[in-house]
Write a protein that binds this ligand. Structure first.
Ligand SMILES: [Zn+2]
Length: 239
């Protein structure tokens, strides 16, 4: 849809007021069209969601979604049509839904990501490889929940915090942070892991996972730029 000059002027005024600098007509036009596209996407999304809620009232146990390319809220894999299941906890693939039905994992993990770690979460939060996580599982350091396929082979493993209470910290402690930098008048954003901002061993000292981690000293002048990694040895004492 074509935007009127008044709409673009409105956008220009809002941007200038918000960011305290002048914008060109071209920049304001671009921003206004981007905003319009976003509004369309949100509108479509809302309509889709309303339709689903209505269907859910008629089928409280859930149903397959029409269409393709949904993302499973548990394993993160893409799923379509008969391989989807939608209920009050969100969209899941059928393998994960069957895992819920078999009580291998609680249904609520599809809705609440704060109570559990995926293998990928552990890899990124603790800078370890998937092979390290498998080793931790073999050695009993981590207690997994395994969702199996119909042929009883593992589909995915997840790590509930309540099963690993003394070992894994609440996820909000290990969230990465977005840092803003201003260079030549432009704002840049980058994401840094939590362990760049604190002494990880002090910060997470009450969690057993730290017994299996090590760090090398930060380069001179940089207080917290540790190389944070998995160790085969026991925790080093800090000098
Ligand atoms: Zn899944």
């Amino acid at each position: 849809m074509e935007l009127t000059k008044e709409r673009i002027q409105e956008m220009k005024d809002i941007m200038e007021k918000e960011y305290g600098k002048e914008y060109t007509w071209k920049e304001a036009t671009e921003a206004a069209y981007n905003m319009q596209n976003l509004a369309h996407v949100l509108y479509d999304f809302m309509i889709e969601d309303m339709k689903r809620q209505k269907r859910l009232e008629e089928n409280p146990k859930g149903f397959h979604l029409d269409g393709e390319g949904y993302t499973c809220a548990i394993c993160g894999q893409s799923c379509s049509k008969e391989n989807t299941w939608y209920d009050k906890y969100g969209v899941k693939c059928m393998a994960c839904q069957k895992g819920v039905d078999r009580k291998q994992v609680p249904a609520s993990i599809a809705k609440n990501r704060d109570n559990w770690y995926s293998s990928y979460d552990l890899q990124s939060c603790f800078n370890v490889r998937s092979s390290t996580i498998r080793k931790w599982v073999r050695e009993g350091v981590l207690k997994p929940r395994t969702i199996t396929n119909d042929d009883k082979k593992p589909h995915i493993q997840v790590f509930l915090i309540k099963d690993n209470k003394d070992t894994l910290p609440p996820k909000k402690l290990v969230e990465s942070k977005t840092i803003k930098e201003t260079k030549n008048g432009q704002d840049w954003f980058r994401v840094e892991p939590w362990y760049k901002f604190v002494d990880p061993f002090e910060y997470l000292k009450s969690y057993k996972i730290m017994k299996y981690m090590k760090y090398s000293d930060p380069p001179t002048g940089q207080k917290y730029d540790y190389k944070f990694e998995y160790t085969h040895q026991s925790k080093k004492s800090k000098q």
